[in-house]
Design a protein around this ligand. Structure first.
Ligand SMILES: [Zn+2]
Length: 88
C-alpha cells in the first residue's frame, strides 16, 4: 500500500495506529465469510461434522485474506473520513 496517493497526495495512514479500526472490520468480515463458507460446505456435505466444515472454511478463507485486508482498510478510511474529515 502506498503511503500517499500519487494523484492528490492524500496521506493514507493519518496517525500511528490509524488502521486499528481496519483490524476490527477485517475481523468481522473474516468471521462472516468463514461462517458463510462453513454453512455452504455443510449444505454440500450434510454428513460432515461442523468442526470439519469450519476447518475447510478456514483453509478456503485464506484465499480471501488479501481481498479482505484491502476492503477492511478501504472501509475503515471511508468511515473515518466520514466521522472525522481531514482538514484541508
Ligand atoms: Zn488521491
Amino acid at each position: 500500500m502506498n503511503a500517499q496517493c500519487p494523484t492528490c497526495r492524500y496521506i493514507f495512514e493519518r496517525e500511528p495506529g490509524y488502521f486499528l479500526g481496519a483490524i476490527a472490520i477485517g475481523y468481522f468480515l473474516g468471521v462472516s465469510i468463514v461462517a458463510a463458507l462453513a454453512v455452504g460446505i455443510r449444505q454440500i456435505a450434510p454428513t460432515l461434522d461442523w468442526e470439519w466444515c469450519f476447518a475447510f472454511a478456514l483453509v478456503f478463507y485464506l484465499l480471501f485474506t488479501p481481498i479482505v485486508f484491502q476492503y477492511a482498510r478501504t472501509t475503515w478510511m471511508y468511515v473515518d473520513n466520514w466521522l472525522d474529515p481531514p482538514s484541508p
